[in-house]
Design a protein around this ligand. Structure first.
Ligand code: SF4
Length: 372
């Protein structure tokens, strides 16, 4: 399936299901503010299967990412992957890289039909990674899990958070991504929600330099590169004069990349309780899968529809000539202003015809906490 052919008014390119918020770790950037115990009102196995049946209505081959917390904190994760695979969904997983990722467990997930494993690396060494994830030994566990993933012939994706604490680590992490034989490096530009409020985002000018560097990486590395919550990467690639998209490499799991998807527009997030959000970083619910179809919420809710209308955007994003291919991070706009249609404060670009106020680019944890 060519990801560019997906009509994102009708279906998301990526649907994330947060199986649980339970996790052994307490990472500094955790969106979920993960808990040590599972919530008693998480979707049950049976409710989860009914939800996946509804997801199947989007289309055959819908991409579903099981996330958390640590999705492997639920002992039905393999059963749900097996079920989703059987009904034609493409199931992928973003575990926390903990001790639960044994070679046997990874083989079991692969046998159940898992299409891709995504692991997080946020430092180029054990010291920096473990410090960021606040867990001694996490780096070594992640390396072991990455090698076991390779041994199981399961495509590997590496996720990295970009913030002031990690940005200098990016070259070393790039080398690790190559050494581990990953198919994709997913680079997430911090949105200050959850525990991530205590971290420092990088400045827009630094983000611009990082994106230009990432574009060069994408053209030289043996793996693909995508950004998350930074759609202005697309503008940067256009300005670089090399066209919109990064190099097209065939992916062994058939999961393509699609640039320019944003919260509610190619992207949807379902919480452990079944609440549906445009993204995991935009805490405005549009419904709940226990009493409404995910398909109807995605296609028809006012929130999702407004997020898909570039002409509804405000501030400099609203007049920007790149708004149809970029549109800015709606999650970051909401985190800073409580208005998901406002400008993305991480973008350094100012459209020529714009003479209004610039989005506030500084941020304090107290201000952030009011964005819930
Ligand atoms: S101003 Fe907004 S729409 Fe324009 S490039 Fe920046 S984030 Fe994208």
């Amino acid at each position: 399936m060519n990801p560019r052919e997906i009509d994102t008014t009708q279906r998301p390119f990526v649907l994330i299901w947060e199986l649980t918020q339970a996790c052994e770790l307490a990472c500094k950037h955790c969106r979920a503010d993960a808990q040590s115990r599972r919530h008693p009102d998480e979707l049950t196995t049976s409710e989860g299967k009914q939800f996946l049946d509804e997801v199947r209505r989007f289309d055959n081959g819908q991409l579903v990412v099981l996330s958390g917390g640590d999705p492997l904190a639920r002992n039905d994760a393999t059963e749900l992957i097996d079920y989703g695979t059987d009904i034609g969904l493409r199931m992928t997983l973003t575990p926390s890289g903990t001790t639960s990722l044994t070679p046997e467990r990874i083989q079991g997930l692969t046998d159940a039909g898992l299409r891709r494993m995504a692991l997080s690396i946020d430092g180029g060494t054990a010291v920096t990674h473990d410090d960021f994830r606040q867990e001694q030994g996490s780096f070594e566990q992640t390396m072991r899990a990455a090698r076991a993933t390779q041994a199981a012939d399961l495509p590997l994706q590496i996720n990295t958070t970009v913030c002031a604490e990690t940005v200098d680590e990016l070259p070393a992490i790039r080398d690790l991504v190559a050494d581990l034989g990953a198919v994709l490096w997913s680079v997430f530009f911090l949105v200050p929600v959850g525990r991530g409020r205590v971290l420092d985002p990088i400045a827009p000018e630094r983000a611009e330099r990082v994106m230009k560097w990432l574009y060069d990486v994408a053209h030289s590395a043996p793996f693909g590169v995508k950004t998350t919550e930074a759609p202005h990467y697309r503008r940067v690639t256009i300005e670089q004069g090399r066209g919109i998209d990064s190099p097209k490499r065939p992916s062994p799991d058939g999961i393509g990349r699609r640039m320019g998807i944003t919260a509610g527009n190619g992207f949807a997030f379902v919480s452990h309780l079944g609440d549906v959000y445009p993204s995991g970083f935009l805490p405005q619910p549009a419904g709940n899968v226990l009493n409404e179809s995910i398909v109807d919420i995605y296609r028809g809710s006012d929130l999702f529809r407004s997020l898909r209308d570039p002409d509804a955007l405000r501030g400099k994003c609203g007049v920007c000539e790149y708004r149809y291919v970029c549109g800015g991070s709606r999650s970051r706009a909401f985190a800073y202003t409580r208005d998901p249609l406002e400008s993305d404060p991480l973008c350094a670009y100012v459209p020529g015809e714009y003479n209004g106020p610039l989005p506030k680019q500084s941020f304090t944890p107290d201000e952030a906490s009011s964005a819930d």
